[in-house]
Design a protein around this ligand. Structure first.
Ligand code: 6PG
Length: 462
């Protein structure tokens, strides 16, 4: 019987695409579909070997066996692992390619290693099309497993020249962590696009057509990125009656949760990520339709018509800085997590994996990778992006105009807050410390002496 090099377990949208990708790269691939429909629909698309029992699948593989799990993240991954375990031998490799929480990956890595099974947690980005033609793949877990089957993953991935957008980033959940942060940045950028759209429409009073043309022109500038590409296409899409389809979509955003996980991690690691935070909360807040409905009638503002000279150039400069700040927040989080969890993630390498294949791919990532190779400081401090001053002025003007016009663009506004926070040498929290000490004797430190101090602030007061 033929011995397959690898198996793909799960033939949903992503599993099917990855399986076809593997086969197109010449890897003999065994497939497993749980339901008959899944198996039949896949077999109808070509000459594939789809097994219906786990035993037959496992027996068809050469050793060490490599099984790529493409099942829904969460408990399902554990169920599938439990059902495969009795069939596997020491040294076999399981790969989880779903959007699993990095802590689950960590737990699975350790649990499986005790049973002699090598485990890889792989963050796969690029959607259905990327999975088929070449995704970005962020790998973590067992180095031994990577050394044994990493070449297969590399061959599946997107490339920049001769470099694969796939690499081993560290032990345990390192790969899934980097993918989670990728998604946090994705949330930030999606919401920034929406906020810039709102500002153009409600602040500057531009027509849908004019806004579509601006995004279309941005495709050929330094803002060149996958998300700008699809924004131009989405805005241009007309409904059957010739009206823009996007205007007919309910303003109620959903999520599968990876953005919220990123925010939870930013809090746990103490990393300031206001743009990711505002983007995550924008999705939650969009669901409070009743408050917004009543608020639009009750809460009055005096909205002044605004004008902004040379607005297209300013919007472009501001958006560039907004993208840079979004990446900066995500990268700072990965850096802190790598230190806290002891993963030793090679930061420029991790970021370089986003240059192709994934959702947040952009031209800017070339310069960011270069900046991180030169220094591990926050990328805003790098000289790789030229003089940020002009862009800062544009962003500040747009932020001020948005406030003046009363347009709700909290994610856009968070960008200038982050920028200003980063350039404030002396913050105002000395006053916070004094107040904490006043009401709770929490003590404070001084700028001119070592130690912790407490003052009776209300001495002599009633
Ligand atoms: C990707 C995407 C993909 C998906 C996320 C976000 O990299 O291919 O990030 O993983 O879009 O799950 O989905 P939500 O917006 O539903 O959380």
């Amino acid at each position: 019987m033929k011995e397959f090099e690898i198996a793909v377990y799960g033939l949903g949208v992503m599993g099917s695409s990855l399986a076809k990708n593997l086969i197109s790269k010449g890897f003999s691939t065994a497939l497993f579909g749980k339901s008959q429909e899944e198996r039949e629909s896949f077999q109808a698309q070509g000459k594939f070997t789809v097994f219906s029992t786990e035993k037959a699948l496992v027996n068809s593989l050469k050793r060490p066996r490599v099984i790529f799990l493409m099942v829904t993240a969460g408990n399902v991954v554990d169920f599938v692992i439990d059902s495969l375990l009795p069939l596997l031998d020491e040294g076999d490799i399981l790969i989880d390619g779903g959007n699993s929480h990095f802590k689950d990956t960590q737990r699975r890595c350790h649990g499986l290693l005790e049973k002699g099974i090598q485990f890889l947690g792989v963050g796969v980005s690029g959607g259905e099309k990327g999975a088929l033609t070449g995704p970005s793949m962020m790998v973590g877990g067992s180095k031994k497993a990577w050394d044994s089957c990493g070449y297969i993953l590399e061959r599946m991935a997107a490339r920049v020249g001769e470099e694969y957008c796939c690499s081993f980033l560290g032990k345990e959940g390192a790969g899934h962590y980097v993918k989670m942060v990728h998604n946090g940045i994705e949330y930030a950028m999606l919401q920034l696009i929406a906020d810039f759209y709102s500002f153009m429409k409600k602040g500057l009073g531009l027509s849908h057509q004019e806004i579509t043309e601006i995004f279309t022109r941005w495709k050929h500038t330094e803002l060149n990125s996958y998300l700008i590409d699809i924004t131009a296409a989405v805005l241009a899409k007309k409904d059957g009656d010739g009206e823009p389809l996007v205007e007919k979509i309910r303003d109620f955003a959903r999520q599968k949760g990876t953005g919220s996980w990123t925010l939870e991690e930013a809090i746990a690691r103490g990393v300031y990520a206001p743009t990711i935070s505002e983007a995550v909360f924008s999705r939650y807040f969009s669901q409070d339709t009743q408050l917004r409905k009543e608020g639009s009638q009750v809460l009055q503002v005096t909205i002044k018509p605004i004008t902004l000279e040379n607005y297209e150039k300013k919007l472009k400069d501001a958006f560039y800085l907004a993208m840079l700040v979004s990446y900066a927040q995500g990268i700072a989080l990965i850096q802190k997590a790598s230190a806290d969890y002891g993963w030793e993630i090679d930061l420029p390498l991790a970021v370089s994996l986003w240059r192709e294949g994934c959702i947040i791919r952009s031209e800017l990532l070339q310069d960011i990778t270069k900046a991180l190779k030169e220094s591990d400081k926050n990328i805003l401090l790098s000289q790789s992006f030229g003089d940020l001053g002009k862009r800062e002025q544009a962003l500040r003007q747009i932020s001020a105009k948005a406030i003046e016009a009363g347009v709700a663009v909290s994610t856009l506004l968070s960008v200038i807050s982050y920028y200003d926070s980063c350039r404030t040498e002396k913050m105002n929290v000395n006053l916070v410390q004094a107040l904490r000490d006043c009401f709770g004797a929490h003590t404070y430190e001084r700028t001119d002496r070592e130690g912790r101090f407490h003052t009776d602030w209300m001495e002599g007061e009633d």
